[in-house]
Design a protein around this ligand. Structure first.
Ligand SMILES: [Zn+2]
Ligand SMILES: [Zn+2]
Length: 155
């Protein structure tokens, strides 16, 4: 999955992308009552680990942030973003396992959060990757592309 994401991000953003060794999220960020990690604190942790880079973090742990039951991902402007693969797996919804669909969803969410990392807000254009990702259907229904306006802003 990581190799696939690395290749696609290189292509899409013309970046150099390095895969680091896996990192353990500190246990004090884990909420044992919810069985989830708090994502803002996780992003802070990541930016401390890699202060000079833009961090694209992918975790199989479930994430939440204050006021929300869960989040697919979150970004810290100019610094880092994180996506959880947990609720992007078809099996999470009792659907049949489908590695390709799972990877496509993770990649879409990465591109969406990268957009946020570079300051883009949610977009009303249907199909734009920056349209909100409230449910798994929202993610499946949008494309992986930025609409014209988002693309311009990104540039
Ligand atoms: Zn968003
Ligand atoms: Zn857009």
């Amino acid at each position: 999955m990581l190799d696939n994401i690395k290749r696609e991000l290189r292509k899409k953003f013309k970046w150099s992308v390095d895969i680091t060794n896996p990192l353990e999220i500190p246990q004090n960020i884990f909420n044992k009552f919810r069985n989830q990690y708090e994502s803002s604190l996780t992003l802070e942790f990541l930016t401390k680990q890699f202060p000079d880079d833009h961090v694209v973090a992918i975790t199989n742990s479930d994430l939440y942030t204050t006021g929300l039951n869960f989040i697919f991902g979150q970004a810290k402007i100019g610094k880092a973003m994180i996506v959880s693969t947990h609720r992007l797996a078809p099996t999470f919804y009792k659907d049949r396992g489908n590695e390709k669909l799972h990877q496509d969803r993770v990649l879409k969410e990465c591109v969406h959060e990268i957009g946020h990392m570079f300051g883009l807000q949610h977009c009303k254009e249907r199909g734009c990757i920056m349209s909100p990702s409230g449910t798994i259907k929202d993610i499946d229904n949008k494309s992986i592309e930025f609409c014209h306006m988002c693309e311009l802003q990104l540039k």
